[in-house]
Design a protein around this ligand. Structure first.
Ligand SMILES: Nc1ncnc2c1ncn2[C@@H]1O[C@H](COP(=O)(O)OP(=O)(O)OP(=O)(O)O)[C@@H](O)[C@H]1O
Length: 369
């Protein structure tokens, strides 16, 4: 969907923000751009909708060179979400969302109907439409920002640290919403973040940049974590790289076993076979207090399971179905064993998967787009 070929950006003050970037972003996927501050992520993103013009090289969106298109029309055909939501403070939420459809000449009634529908899509109540941006929380404003970017149903969505200014709980909710929207709408998303956890959670592919606008590696999250291209990428991924890989593996990959009976630890169940806690049968009165249990579902990650197994008094992780009823338990040993093999198998898969062939370059250095 989006192809950078030998793109270079040098600002008039002599700063090279992007250096010889060749990168392909597949349709319908989320490509995340990560790297430390000033490495050229935002500049790369903004060249896609021509808010920044490349110095040389070409960028194609859906087969068309962006530089051959009218910049204003191009921008209206590409959704754009930024960190502080960028909403117009004196317009209602509904009018904010309707901005691009109105610019495209949709007519007021149709644009507002579309905006009202999008409120629901992004998880806001209908009455939010009548409010002004300052009457919403930061997280709600970001949702409006996403709705506004989706209003004209663009195939491409550019998101520049959209969840950077909200607290971690809201951030996780917004990430979940984005993944849900992406499953439903299948947009091609380019997402900029500093946060490697966010990149691993959201990205189908992650492009790691280093200062000077150099792309160092672009790969699927598991491949990146298992096979960082060089020490810079390994350092950037951090000391918990191996654990992060476990966040990509669902607990459902491991079989469950029946809860133990007759041993020291008894799993106490409430109505509907809901786990309530572990009881220590060896306690002096034979009726020890319940130790809390945090049951997991098949869709939870192996990282969560490892965490629970470390905290569990008997080393067992308790598993439930979507309704919260007990389905079984999995032992710390099984989780450790699977965790140990996860890295090796991701590395093997990365080695078996042929690297993307470089784009054919019909560009010669120094060409100006
Ligand atoms: N308009 C501009 N004029 C001159 N230099 C600029 C301009 N915009 C960005 N730069 C410089 O280009 C480099 C890349 O900036 P860019 O904003 O793309 O980085 P970034 O990776 O998005 O950083 P951050 O994560 O801090 O937002 C930086 O050195 C920055 O100072």
């Amino acid at each position: 969907m989006i192809e950078f070929r030998a793109v270079h950006k040098r600002f008039p003050n002599g700063t090279t923000a992007v250096h010889d970037l060749t990168l392909s972003m597949p349709a319908g996927g989320i490509t995340v751009l990560v790297g430390s501050s000033g490495c050229g992520k935002t500049t790369t993103l903004r060249m896609i909708n021509r808010m920044v013009e490349p110095t040389s090289g070409t960028i194609h969106v859906d087969g068309r060179d962006v530089c051959s298109q009218d910049a204003a029309l191009l921008r209206r055909s590409i959704g754009y979400v930024i960190q502080q939501s960028g909403l117009f403070p004196h317009r209602t939420v509904l009018d904010n969302i309707a901005t691009v459809p109105l610019l495209l000449g949709w007519g007021r009634r149709r644009a507002r109907a579309r905006a009202a529908g999008l409120l629901e899509t992004v998880g806001l109540p209908p009455d939010a439409g009548r409010r002004y941006p300052h009457q919403l929380s930061g997280g709600q404003q970001q949702r409006v920002g996403v709705a506004r970017a989706l209003a004209a149903d663009p195939p491409v969505l550019l998101m520049d640290e959209p969840f950077g200014a909200v607290d971690p709980v809201v951030r996780t909710q917004l990430q979940d919403e984005l993944l849900r929207l992406q499953r439903d709408l299948g947009k091609t998303v380019v997402f900029v973040t500093h946060d490697i956890d966010e990149a691993v959670r959201l990205g189908d592919r992650i492009a790691v940049f280093r200062t000077g606008g150099h792309l160092v590696q672009c790969a699927a999250p598991a491949e990146l974590l298992a096979r960082p291209a060089d020490p810079f990428v390994a350092d950037f991924l951090g000391a918990e790289r191996a654990l992060m890989l476990l966040s990509l593996i669902p607990l459902g990959d491991l079989p469950g076993a029946p809860a133990p009976e007759g041993g020291r630890w008894e799993l106490v169940l409430g109505p509907g076979r809901r786990p309530e806690g572990w009881r220590d049968r060896s306690a002096a009165d034979g009726d020890g207090a319940l130790l809390p249990v945090r049951p997991l579902r098949d869709g939870d990650s192996l990282l969560s399971a490892l965490n629970e197994s470390v905290g569990s008094p008997c080393g067992l992780v308790v598993r439930v179905d979507a309704g919260g009823a007990l389905t079984g338990v999995t032992s710390r040993e099984e989780i450790h064993e699977r965790a140990g093999s996860a890295h090796a198998s991701a590395a093997l898969a990365a080695d078996a998967c042929p690297r993307a062939a470089p784009l054919p370059l019909d560009h010669t250095p120094g060409d100006t787009a």
